[in-house]
Design a protein. Structure first.
Length: 328
């Protein structure tokens, strides 16, 4: 994968640092919410995070440990964390008053979380091209599916660690490389006639999708946020089954090959099981071992619900605002 095109002065400076090591990224002071959540900063943060995943073919070899770049990333992450804590505080406080344990409180968060019409639109109304747009948009995450959440393995112990390893074993193909969920998504892209290359469509995605990816990396990169990371995983799994069923139906409705829908059919069954594992066996066990984690578990779940719903709403608005659809 090559470094993406810049989208403003911040991403320009960060990408220049990653490419050559000669330019220092700009100081991240005085980032208001609009700038922090905008395409320029979110792309820059995504690039900084991606150095710790697959990297870039045109990056300088020492980019991942560039001190100035790390200092910039940490400062932006601190700003982003503060914003996310403030924006989810009400939802977290409400969940804390529900149920008998953290699993019950997570379920209440999911039940009370924001809804989005995207999956229903894909199921019933989307054109073939709109479905392809959706597949391209989601490829930024699904081609590295579970990699951010896997970081929690090093930070957990006992039953929670075992349960997470069990879930990840399934996500990573159960010992069969061809069943890797990221590989299944690549096969879906290829069957749809799309580019299955890692990061192939990052140039197309907007700030909301970049943010959805960045919050996972934010939680994964810091041990102190391990509770938020598994909470994010809990909400992600608990909100997957019904949308995947609807998306698979939409894919079949527009006549795409069976291999495209197969990825989503896989998740209808798998994520129904994963939901129970992550709520009780992972989050429940982790909080039982360390009760201080509960607030962050709920925080991570609330962030997932808020950020992913916003990304879905943005994509839905883009899909339904096309001239042809508007005219109809």
């Amino acid at each position: 994968m090559h470094l993406p095109s810049t989208r403003g002065p911040v991403s320009e400076a960060v990408i220049a640092t990653v490419r050559s090591g000669d330019a220092a990224p700009p100081p991240p002071a005085d980032l208001d919410a609009e700038v922090l959540l905008g395409e320029d900063v979110q792309l820059a943060l995504w690039v900084a995070h991606e150095l710790g995943y697959r990297g870039f073919d045109d990056a300088t070899p020492d980019a991942e440990r560039d001190v100035d770049l790390l200092r910039w990333r940490h400062a932006v992450e601190d700003e982003l964390e503060q914003h996310l804590r403030a924006s989810t505080a009400e939802a977290v406080a409400s969940a804390q008053e529900q149920g008998r344990d953290v699993a019950d409180r997570l379920r209440s968060l999911v039940d009370d979380g924001p809804s989005t019409p995207l999956a229903r639109h894909l199921q019933r109304h989307a054109t073939r091209e709109e479905v392809l747009t959706f597949l391209r948009e989601r490829s930024v995450y699904h081609l590295k599916e579970s990699d951010p959440h896997a970081a929690a393995l090093a930070h957990l112990d006992g039953p929670a660690k075992v349960a997470l390893a069990e879930l990840l074993y399934d996500e990573y193909g159960g010992g069969r490389p061809e069943r890797l969920h990221s590989h299944l998504y690549a096969e879906a892209l290829e069957a749809a006639g799309l580019d299955a290359g890692y990061g192939a469509y990052v140039e197309e995605v907007g700030a909301s999708t970049l943010l959805s990816n960045n919050v996972m990396s934010l939680f994964a990169r810091q041990r102190r946020l391990r509770g938020a990371l598994i909470g994010h995983l809990a909400a992600f799994e608990a909100t997957s089954t019904d949308p995947c069923r609807r998306i698979a139906a939409g894919i079949e409705r527009v006549g795409l090959p069976d291999a495209v829908a197969a990825y989503f059919h896989e998740h209808v069954e798998a994520d129904a099981v994963h939901e129970q594992v992550v709520l009780g066996d992972i989050c429940g066990s982790a909080v039982a071992a360390d009760p201080a984690l509960e607030d962050d578990v709920l925080f991570g779940a609330a962030v997932c619900l808020q950020v992913d719903a916003a990304a879905s709403d943005v994509l839905y608005a883009e899909l339904t605002a096309t001239p042809a659809r508007a005219a109809g």
